[in-house]
Write a protein that binds this ligand. Structure first.
Ligand code: NAD
Ligand code: DAU
Length: 348
């Protein structure tokens, strides 16, 4: 069977593509990715020659391309990860998020509806985020029953996409499943997000920018555990259901970065406290959500998924990967990346 994975050259998508290509040799995995600044085929170098893998460069907003793909291949399922994914970029330029995350999802859904003459054996899987639920206070958890209350242009665009998926299910009977996951970290994470940005900046001797007072809290999940959850939800998840995925692993940003600094000092064989000197408190993110935390009991109970990695193990593996892959890091941080970050804190 052919399975279309969108955004497979990005951070999470590359781990999902690798898992499916290796675990399911009978599936033909088609990776559709526009290769924006966040997409990188180096992420998939080790599997690109495998016979059950095809890469297609293109946008999910391109309906003619989707028509050609759906006509050429008998696509039984779609795992939809392609997105603009960075909250700070969505604050600077919301329109790119509306185009890819909302319009792109709509175009993809329309292709499924047009080309799937029968919905028997088909499935559309929307990979979403816990940010659609807005912000938690200091207590409580997001659950599958939490109301949508997105606060950033990014989360509003993801919420819109989720609603479109659900509407195609209700209106046309499109078989779908949605999962909303907490913050991922791990290898191949683009160094604009907190953890890889700080790893990069520690290595470069640059400041580690902590927004506001640093007491914002996120629930971190190792990316390979997310990929395994996606496999289970795709194959065993109930139709028209939502699953929340999280790591039971809350850290305030400042505690997280202090831990990262200490692990980096240990790995670099230098005195503890060296990297922490680079921590710099900077202007807060507008509309910054205070806290995200997931109650993952539904996926644990119904599908038997739990994260395999502790945070300490996941973080150590992440640091090791960045230290062992300096070429990847220097490739993605050359050119446009440099000018973006040189201008980042100029107004403060
Ligand atoms: P990413 O930014 O690393 O990768 C996104 C990928 O989508 C890139 O390869 C990019 O080239 C591709 N893309 C962008 N626009 C496209 C378009 N118009 N057509 C085709 N491809 C396009 O993102 P990520 O962190 O891997 O996130 C993947 C998905 O998971 C997103 O939908 C995101 O909302 C969701 N998610 C991410 C996290 C997280 O912590 N990173 C958590 C929960 C959910
Ligand atoms: O919760 C899931 C979401 O997690 C995903 O849907 C998003 O795609 C993903 O980018 C991530 O969003 P966040 O905004 O939580 O991740 P980010 O790494 O940008 O920020 C994590 C926290 O760290 C947040 O509180 C903001 C803060 N931060 C971030 C950066 C980049 C800083 O303090 N300094 C920084 O330089």
């Amino acid at each position: 069977m052919s399975l279309l994975i969108t955004g497979g050259a990005g951070f999470i998508g590359s781990h999902v593509v690798r898992l499916f290509v290796q675990k399911y040799p009978d599936y033909h995995i088609i990776n559709l990715d526009a290769l924006t600044y966040a997409g990188n085929l180096e992420n998939l170098k080790d599997i690109e020659q495998l016979p059950n893998y095809t890469f297609v460069k293109g946008s999910i907003t391109d309906s003619s391309l989707l028509d050609r793909l759906f006509t050429k291949h008998d696509i039984k399922g779609v795992i939809h990860l392609a997105a603009e994914s960075h909250v700070d970029r969505s604050i600077k330029d919301p329109m790119a998020f509306i185009d890819t995350n909302i319009k792109g999802t709509a175009v993809l859904l329309s292709a499924c509806k047009t080309h799937w003459k029968s919905f028997e054996g088909r499935r559309f899987y929307q990979i979403s985020t816990d940010e659609v639920f807005g912000a938690l206070g200091s207590e409580g958890y997001f659950t599958e029953e939490s109301p949508y209350a997105p606060n950033s242009p990014y989360s509003a665009s993801k919420a819109s996409a989720d609603h479109l998926v659900r509407a195609y299910g209700e209106t046309y009977g499109l078989p779908y499943v949605i999962s909303n996951c907490s913050n991922n970290y791990g290898p191949n994470h683009f160094p604009e997000k907190l953890i890889p940005l700080c790893i990069h900046n520690i290595l470069e001797g640059k400041e580690l920018p902590i927004y506001g007072n640093g007491l914002y809290t996120r629930d971190w999940l190792y990316v390979k555990d997310h990929a395994l959850a996606i496999d289970q939800v795709y194959h065993q998840g109930e139709n028209a259901a939502t699953y929340l995925i999280g790591g039971h692993n809350e850290y305030t940003n400042i505690d997280l970065i202090r831990l990262l600094c200490d692990q980096m000092d240990a790995r670099l064989n230098r005195p503890q406290g060296t990297a922490q000197k680079q921590i710099t408190f900077v202007k807060d993110r507008p509309g910054h959500d205070l806290r995200y935390a997931i109650d993952a009991s539904k996926i644990e109970r119904s599908l038997g998924w739990t994260p395999a990695h502790t945070f300490e193990a996941g973080l150590a593996a992440t640091i090791a990967w960045y230290l062992e892959n300096p070429d990847w890091l220097s490739q993605v941080t050359s050119g446009a990346y440099k000018s973006y970050y040189e201008n980042q804190y100029k107004s403060e």
